[in-house]
Design a protein around this ligand. Sequence first.
Ligand code: GUN
Length: 290
Amino acid sequence: MPATLLDGKKLAEDVRSGLGPRIAVLAARGIVPGLAVLLVGENPASVSYVTAKEKACAELGMRSFERRLPADAVEADIIEAVREFNADPAVHGILVQLPLPKGVSESRVIEAISPAKDVDGFTPVNIGRMVIGDPCFLPCTPHGIIKLIEVAGVATAGAHAVIVGRSNIVGKPLANLLTRKSINATVTVCHTGTRDLAEHTRRADILVACAGVPELIKAGMVKPGACVIDVGVNRVDDPSKAKGWRLVGDVDFAAVSEVAGSITPVPGGVGPMTITMLLYNTVESAERPA
Ligand code: GUN
């Protein structure tokens, strides 16, 4: 039996409709949640992510502020732009689109973001709070994945979750969230140094692919009935398309759908949830007393 599709687009719409009334309450107080986006360079994927985030803000009646810097911008200019957003009272959330150009320290730029406006949940302060379990902005992709797993009705307590990928944005924070008492999964994190990847993935009740490798996860690597979450967004050449490329995830979707119990599509799975949790964090930030 083919897997149940975990519809991230639909769940994202549900979460966004829950934000509508909160935004209306803020509006009555004269507050419009504002998200500031800083984009350095013209990486096509980054441009399209940023455009999608700004469009989502507009649809919910939120404001977005965009600052674009050229690919050869120096670190000091990028940090200065972040500081201007930190100081702007109309800005409740700041997003520095990653990756940054080579030669720019992502750590130093991220550390310049005020933790109170760090709606991506990337600053060391917010990551530390997340690990301890203190109130903080949770990183958007892991937070969105947790929501997708919850609505899938997957029993997480005692389940074995295997994460393929150890990035700061997804793999590492997700591993931490899945081990929270309220979720109670047992987590294995696989990475480029893992000896026999399939041996681990085949033991996963919940398998999260976030390696950035097109269609890395094949049907034979998946336990029958597993919940499969595909975080990958990869452009692969496809001369049959007008654009010359198509998007694929880190999972061989067609084949794995025949084995898994539930699976996220690409696009329409994790992506819309990432944007939604960003809006969610921005509204939370706007609700906080100044
Ligand atoms: N690049 C890829 N994913 C993300 C994300 O979630 N936030 C930011 N700021 N940059 C990214």
